[in-house]
Design a protein around this ligand. Structure first.
Ligand code: CP
Length: 359
């Protein structure tokens, strides 16, 4: 006899995966005209910083990601014969696995290193020499390291592209790409050529821009689209001695982004269309918490149609009771990152022609 309680416990719903944050990516295809040549700019480029993109390249990347997400089974082999070197020298759940998932879904093969102590680095080998070896073994490198200089140290020797998957407190550009892709899927009308002032959005970033690499990279991407934001409010609790590096705010404002800083959490929430929250930053070989007193939960005064984004991993700042609400777009954000990374990898590895006919 099967225990009925056990039977209930072990059953799960596949549908619940798609309930929240499930705007159809096809809406993006309607609002972004295909101009595939802009994607050629990514061929054989290293991806180091959000600063390096062009607005039209970003739009075409989102378009290709939406194409993959709309019809994932259709594209299973563009990276056949290519090898990814996935080198993660700092903990990761989402970035490593979504990059590896993206590569597998495109038909490529992977070599994975999750501990630098298992490589020659433990014997004092330089990152430059390791990179020289990578040239012989793979076609693309994805690197996460707690040091800000690691990507630069490898780039000098690399003849294959490298993607910065998080370098200390500096940048995490592909996370930012996934974040902005989510915002455009949520509100594709933001991409209309004549956006009404009343349709612009107010975004709150709960975090510290000079210590959180996801926030630093996201603000840079926002600054390519200043016209869609009524305001970007940086909300922090004052526990960090500074929240911007020299010239960081100036660069965003010079590009036309309307940035305001606030230490008021609850009173800011009712004005926000998008709430992006993060509470940890990797500093050196450990993480630090910021804004622990800011907690989003079911009692927070959030607009009825506001969405919440979070790069994850989360802590106390984001209550799990919000998971079952329409505010939860953070799981969709993590899910969409696979398709965004599929699009990026296809372009970087010069396999665009294999998907062009169906773009
Ligand atoms: N968002 C993000 O970088 O998550 P991981 O640390 O799990 O990769």
């Amino acid at each position: 006899m099967v225990d009925s309680q056990l039977k209930e416990e072990v059953s799960f719903s596949r549908e619940s995966l798609d309930v929240y944050g499930d705007a159809h990516p096809k809406a993006l295809l309607k609002n972004i005209q295909e101009e595939g040549d802009y994607l050629k700019l990514l061929e054989s480029q290293h991806i180091v910083s959000s600063d390096q993109f062009e607005k039209n390249t970003l739009l075409q990347l989102f378009r290709l990601a939406a194409k993959y997400e709309s019809n994932p089974e259709r594209y299973s082999t563009p990276l056949k014969g290519k090898i990814l070197i996935s080198a993660f020298y700092e903990p990761s759940t989402r970035t490593r696995l979504s990059f590896e998932s993206a590569w597998h879904r495109l038909g490529g093969d992977i070599m994975s290193i999750t501990d630098r102590a298992t490589t020659g680095i433990a014997k004092g080998e330089s990152l430059a020499d390791v990179a020289e070896m990578f040239n012989n073994y793979g076609d693309c490198v994805v690197l996460r390291d707690s040091s800000e200089s690691s990507v630069q140290e490898m780039m000098g020797s690399l003849r294959i592209p490298i993607i910065n998957a998080g370098n200390g407190i500096d940048e995490h550009p592909t996370q930012a790409l996934a974040d902005l892709y989510t915002i455009f899927k949520w509100k594709p009308e933001l991409l209309k050529s004549e956006l009404d002032e009343s349709d612009r959005i107010r975004v709150g970033i709960v975090g510290v821009p000079n210590k959180m690499r996801t926030v630093r990279s996201l603000l840079k991407l926002f600054s390519f689209f200043p016209e869609i934001f009524e305001e970007v409010v940086i909300i922090h609790d004052g526990s960090s001695d500074s929240i911007f590096d020299e010239h960081q705010l100036e660069q965003l404002e010079d590009r036309g982004l309307n940035v305001r800083v606030s230490t008021q959490f609850n009173s800011s929430l009712p004005e926000l269309d998008v709430i992006y929250i993060n509470a940890i930053a990797w500093v050196g070989n450990d993480y630090q918490s910021f804004g622990e007193s800011f907690i989003l939960d079911a009692n927070s005064p959030i607009k009825e149609d506001a969405i919440i984004l979070h790069p994850l991993a989360r802590g106390e700042e984001l209550a799990t009771e919000l998971d079952e609400t329409s505010h939860n777009w953070y799981f969709a954000q993590a899910r969409g990152a696979v398709f965004l990374r599929m699009a990026l990898l296809t372009c970087m590895c010069q396999r665009m022609e294999r998907v062009m006919d169906v773009i």
